[in-house]
Every structure is written in C-alpha cells, then in structure tokens.
Ligand binder design. Structure first.
Ligand code: 4AD
Ligand code: MG
Length: 478
C-alpha cells in the first residue's frame, strides 16, 4: 500500500513536532548533495527534505535529479535554515522513477510560456501552471457550488447535435462516412441520410437550446460542458474547444438575467480568493513581473489581486448598445482615428471597441444590452422598437466579451417570424418550437466562457495557457 503518504500541502500546514511522515513527489531541485525540494502538486510550495549524505549510498544520491520521483520517509522538524518553517530529516529515500538530467527539458530557470505549451506534462510541474490549474479547478468547483446552493439543476446537454444553436455555421462535422467516396444524392450532394445518425451532425456550439427545454420543466438549470467552434480565429481569446457554463431560467427577464450573471461572477471570484490565496498571490507577482516587460502605455493600472477585489466590491456598469456606440463616437480615440475598425450604429463591436469601453472609459466590467437584432442570434427576444433585441454581453477588462446572453423570445409567432427571415429550418427545429407551444414562459439565460473567466482570474494573457490541452487552428497535440 502506498497511501500512507501525506500530501505536502498538509505536511506544510502541520506543526513540525518530530513526527515521522512519508511524502511522495517530484524533485524540483537538489542542492549541495543535501537539500531536496520536493513538490507533489498539492501546493506551489516545496517541502525541503534534508539528506545525511555521509550515510546515504552515493549511487542513490546520483539518482536524485530534477524531475525524478521520490518516496521519502523522515522526521518533520522545525527548520534550521532560512526560507522554510520546517524540513523533513530524511531517514529512507526511494527513487520511484529516474529522470535523466541530460534529457529532462525543464531547467531551474524561467521558461517561455510558448516553450512550455510544447511539453504538456511537464508544464503542470511549473509554479505558474501549478497555480493556474489549481485555480481552474477551484473555479469549476465554485461554479457547481453556486448553482447547487441556489437549487439549479445540472442538465447534461449533448455534445453531438444536429442543430446550429448560434446560427453562425462555425461547426465541426461529425460523420462516419468515407469522405473520399461519400454516398451521393440524385443532385450529386453528400447523402447524409446514409450517415451514422441518418442526418448531418456536428459537435455542439452551445447547449442552450437543449437547456431551454430543461428550464421549461425544472425552472432553473445550468450546463457546464465542452463546446466547439470551427472559427478560424488565431487569437489569445479563442479556442476551437472550450468549456461553457450556461444557466437557463424560466420566469427571468433581462434584468434578472444580468443580476444573476453579476452575482455568479462575484461568487466564483470570491470563492477562489478565499480558497486559493497562495496561488493568486503567486500569479499576482508573476503578472507584475510580466507587466514590467511591456511598454508603459500597455501596462494595466491595477495588479491582479487589486483587480479581483475591485470586481468584488463594485457593481458592473450597465449601458445599452446605443449608449456604447455614442460613447465610442464621442471618444478621443475615435476622433483621432485610433480605431482600426469604423464605428456606427449597427456594427458588431470589435475587441478594440469593447476594450476601450471597459479599460479606458469605465475602468470596470460593463454589461451592454439591447443590441441590433441583425448581429445577434435568432432566439433573442425582440424589443418593441423593432430594431433591437434583449441581449446582454458582459465585457471584462483585459478580456473583452466574457458572457453572452439574452432574454429569449417566448412568443411563438414572433420566433417563427424571425426564423423565417433567417431561413432557419422550422421543421427540424420543431422540438425547440414546442417549448413555445406548450406552456411558454418568459425566460432568459447566458453563457460564460470558462477559459476566459480563468484568464481573468489568473491574469494569463493567452487562452492556451489556461486549458490543459488547447485546441486551436493547426494545433491538436496530445
Ligand atoms: O456569446 P456566445 O456565442 O453565446 C452563446 O453561445 C449562447 N448560446 C450562450 C447562452 O446564452 N446560453 O458564447 C458565450 C461565451 C462568450 O461570451 C465567450 O466568453 C465564450 O463563450 N466563447 C469562447 N471562448 C473561447 N473560445 C471561443 N472560440 C469562444 N467563443 C465564445
Ligand atoms: Mg457572443
């Protein structure tokens, strides 16, 4: 049995009173043939094991190299050296797995994030990614806790789907047909009735439509799962496979929706600040160092912890799309032609516009509501002005859009009218329209991009560094 070990996090939290313990982990460094820093991933802090090298077998000492895995049994005592409260006086050391120093890719120095992306298993063993992925875990746990405590039902929506929830057409096809020689219809098109599901299918872009079905019975549901988009955007904010949290609530209007989204974001940030203090302090320092390498004008005025506290304590700004466009048109940036993309009512705001509003103008998260219907999805509730829909996007400093949501069109005739305008397949979507046929109610929901949230909380600039195995155009390693 191996599980008599104690985790390093727990060892470090205990009082060193001469108790005998066993730890297992990986060697971070081995100095002076005497001090081994061991880490087991439970915390960024290492436990220092002290070896009596005069008594130890020299062949064993040679095998204690960076990256090797060890089992160490010893006595936990207060440390005589500086830098740590306690140390483990090693009595028995066993090398579980060797690590050839000539081949081991990590050195005890700073590596670039790009380099670390290429060695997925070892990047987990760095301080930065240790902190990032512990925070990611805590955020995911907090998501479930928030909704469970509120009585929302966790609904598992499908990964394979035959519909395009966002109507944007950016989908990965799922097929078992031989694409070199597909069966053809009389018109010469691929005959998907011969495909596995008897129709054309894809990976889901959102669980929302199925989520709405759940909300029409359980009142309040949420999904939390992977979603897929084949958009060819090679940016620091886009993944082809990302995780999304989508709550969907009956008896909610747009304002209720915004209130929930704000409360939710604050809750999960608060949870991590309470439970992952050390990791956030580490990431705060990391970001401070990184900021120093940037030109003055690009540095943010707030550190990571200051930013998170600010978000906890201050309400988000709420403006309409029309007001947002007005602010942009009046801005010095617009007047001095600093924006790459033009501004006028009706545009789909570019990230430079969103970032201006959030980072320069309001200096806090902003909820933008009531967008033009032409740039939003078919299911959003139409406003009386005939031009806008009851949409809401939340824009966050350094990230841009973090949440997209809306009140849904619950009126069957209005929904059908809009779907016809957009040439959506009414027959195929009949299962969805049924929610408006049998006991429709005002309802609303939103989607939070989980990785963008992790970016916001960790301060990591590139979305590839907050998901364990990123999938992006031309990249599907591991
Ligand atoms: O704004 P989106 O497209 O909204 C929906 O999918 C709705 N069905 C949500 C709902 O109302 N239930 O996406 C929601 C969020 C975005 O605000 C963004 O944070 C994230 O998902 N997102 C991405 N994150 C990473 N990579 C991508 N390619 C993303 N596309 C969207
Ligand atoms: Mg959106």
């Amino acid at each position: 049995m191996l599980q008599k070990r104690i985790k390093i996090k727990d060892a470090l939290a205990s009082a060193p009173e001469g108790q005998t313990i066993t730890v297992m982990g990986w060697v971070r460094t081995f100095r002076s043939n005497r001090f081994i820093d061991i880490n087991d991933g439970s915390t960024n802090a290492n436990l220092q094991a002290v070896v009596d090298f005069e008594r130890e077998d020299p062949d064993l000492l040679k095998r204690i190299t960076t990256g090797a895995s060890l089992k160490v049994t010893g006595v936990l005592i207060p440390s005589q050296g500086k830098g740590q409260r306690m140390e483990l006086k090693a009595d028995a050391i066993e090398v579980l797995g060797d690590s050839d120093p000539a081949l081991f890719p990590l050195q005890p120095k700073r590596h670039s994030l790009e380099f670390l992306r290429e060695i997925a298993h070892l990047r987990f063993r760095t301080n930065t990614f240790g902190a990032v992925f512990r925070v990611r875990h805590a955020l995911a746990f907090a998501v479930h806790k928030f909704y469970n405590d509120k009585g929302f039902l966790y609904l598992h929506t499908p990964i394979i789907s035959a519909s395009d929830a966002e109507g944007a057409g950016e989908m990965f096809r799922v097929t078992t047909l031989d694409m070199a020689q597909p069966p053809l219809t009389d018109e010469g098109k691929v005959d998907f009735t011969k495909d596995f599901f008897g129709k054309s299918t894809n990976l889901t872009v959102s669980g929302q439509l199925e989520g709405e079905l759940g909300a029409m019975a359980f009142s309040e549901i949420y999904t939390f799962g992977p979603t897929f988009r084949a958009e060819n955007s090679n940016t620091a904010r886009h993944l082809a496979e990302f995780w999304m949290i989508e709550p969907e609530m009956a008896f909610y209007d747009l304002e209720d929706n915004m209130n929930l989204a704000e409360e939710f974001i604050r809750y999960i940030i608060g949870y991590v600040m309470e439970h992952n203090k050390e990791d956030l302090e580490f990431l705060d320092k990391r970001l401070e160092e990184e900021e120093k390498t940037k030109p003055e004008a690009e540095r943010s005025d707030m550190g990571l912890l200051a930013k998170l506290s600010f978000v906890l304590e201050n309400p988000f700004e709420r403006i309409t799309y029309t007001q947002a466009i007005e602010i942009l048109l009046q801005s010095p940036a617009y007047k001095k032609k600093k924006f790459k993309y033009d501004v006028s009512w009706g545009i789909d705001m570019q990230s430079e516009h969103e970032r201006y509003l959030v980072e320069k103008h309001f200096k806090r998260p902003v909820i933008v509501t009531n967008y033009p219907k032409e740039i939003k999805a078919f299911y959003m509730r139409q406003n009386d002005d005939g031009k806008t829909v009851a949409a809401m996007d939340i824009l966050a400093p350094g990230i841009g859009e973090i949440v997209g949501g809306s009140q849904r069109e619950e009126r069957l005739d209005k929904l059908i009218e809009r779907m016809e305008e957009l040439h959506l397949p009414l027959e195929e979507m009949s299962w969805y329209l049924d929610t408006r046929r049998f006991g429709t109610v005002p309802h609303a929901g939103f989607g939070l991009g989980f990785e963008r949230m992790v970016q916001f909380v960790t301060g990591m600039g590139n979305i590839r560094d907050v998901i364990p195995f990123p999938r992006t155009p031309n990249n599907c390693e591991f």
